[in-house]
Write a new protein. Structure first.
Length: 375
């Protein structure tokens, strides 16, 4: 019945689109209506595909006693072990993406929490069928549906259904952030304890992560308790505006990044040492030529490559920074000609003992940025 209704809706939308294209709108309102109609088609198609995914996921191939391959049809909400592997090549996705697609379809379209085939336990109801109905009507796209579903992931079915019903008038026109905010306000009114428990779990997972973005820059992602974040942001923002005012930075966003690192470094003591290296040239050892990164001609703000601050990856920094932190007591040290890793070509740091000596341990840490075998 649902598939028939969706097919009728899709046929109606497709016919309407063809009529509008043949009649070529002449004003803004006409083109606006055409854009709206076009958006409804992929929404309905995705809803139909999700229904097919749910049906595919609950069917499992088994070997019968006579040696023939049969099929077992489980309850809606069941996910066969090979469901993601079957779906992945059909939609051009990785196994992980296909697995998430199956689970999302089961939660929204199937209205059940995913459960494994054969465990004898049916997943609990999710209360999210209203989102699938809105997709079948062409009013809701899969991304915004997944946003609402994520916000209601831990809500009981009756609470989730009540929130979806309250959101229904806004599903067609509200963007994803607006739906997220409205969903949280509704949760706070309908089930304040649920929102409070979620906040407790989120605060327990606060932390800071760092990874390489583009060459020469790192990206930090941090989550902090709201009260600490408010105070820290005030300090960062105040210093950032002073940087913009005195011309140190061109934009407030850039100034905030500098203000954050400046405030951290002002309250800490960090010793940075840059060591010159030269590639080993066959059996002749390291070249005696000092690299131009530190001593060659060029402007102080020219970017040059260094290694070590991020293991196995080159980092671009200003030439002036290299000169400032260059260790004057060490000459060029031998390194691999391709990777730049520190080497000990003459085995000067080798040891007959089981544990490496202090100089060899220092070499390994300098080469890799960390000890590969701690302890």
């Amino acid at each position: 019945m649902v598939a028939t209704t969706a097919a009728d809706t899709l046929a109606e939308l497709a016919g309407d689109l063809l009529d509008r294209l043949h009649q070529a709108p002449t004003d803004r309102d006409g083109w606006t209506a055409l854009v709206t109609s076009c958006q409804g088609v992929p929404n309905v198609v995705t809803a139909l595909q999700d229904q097919a995914v749910v049906e595919l996921a609950r069917r499992e191939s088994v070997w019968d006693e006579d040696g023939t391959l049969g099929e077992v049809e489980h309850l809606v909400g069941t996910v066969a072990l090979d469901a993601a592997d079957l779906l992945a090549p059909l939609v051009g996705a990785s196994h992980g993406q296909a697995q998430r697609r199956v689970e999302t379809a089961v939660r929204i379209c199937g209205g059940r929490e995913p459960s494994e085939a054969g465990d004898g336990v049916r997943g609990a109801a999710t209360g999210l069928r209203g989102l699938h109905a809105a997709m079948l009507d062409g009013r809701l796209d899969p991304y915004r549906a997944s946003v609402v579903a994520t916000e209601l992931a831990e809500a009981p079915a009756d609470v989730a259904a009540a929130v979806v019903d309250a959101l229904d008038p806004f599903l067609a026109d509200s963007d994803a952030p607006a739906l997220r905010r409205r969903c949280r306000r509704l949760l706070a009114r309908i089930s304040p304890d649920l929102l409070r428990q979620r906040a407790v779990r989120a605060r327990s997972r606060c932390g800071l992560r760092r990874w390489v973005a583009e060459p020469g820059v790192d990206t930090w992602l941090g989550t902090f308790p709201s009260e600490d974040a408010a105070a820290a942001w005030t300090a960062v923002d105040r210093l950032a505006h002073s940087y913009v005012g005195d011309g140190t930075c061109a934009t407030v966003e850039q100034a905030r990044g500098k203000a954050l690192t400046d405030l951290v470094l002002q309250h800490s003591s960090v010793d940075v040492r840059v060591v010159l290296t030269a590639p080993v040239d066959g059996v002749e050892g390291a070249s005696s030529t000092r690299p131009a990164a530190a001593e060659g001609p060029g402007r102080d703000d020219d970017l040059v490559q260094v290694h070590g601050s991020r293991p196995s990856e080159p980092v671009l920094v200003p030439r002036a920074w290299v000169r400032e932190h260059l260790d004057p007591t060490s000459g060029p040290l031998p390194c691999h000609s391709m990777s730049g890793a520190r080497l000990d070509p003459e085995s000067r740091f080798a040891s007959d003992g089981y544990r490496p000596g202090a100089r060899l341990a220092a070499l390994v840490r300098a080469r890799d940025g960390r000890c590969r075998f701690p302890g």
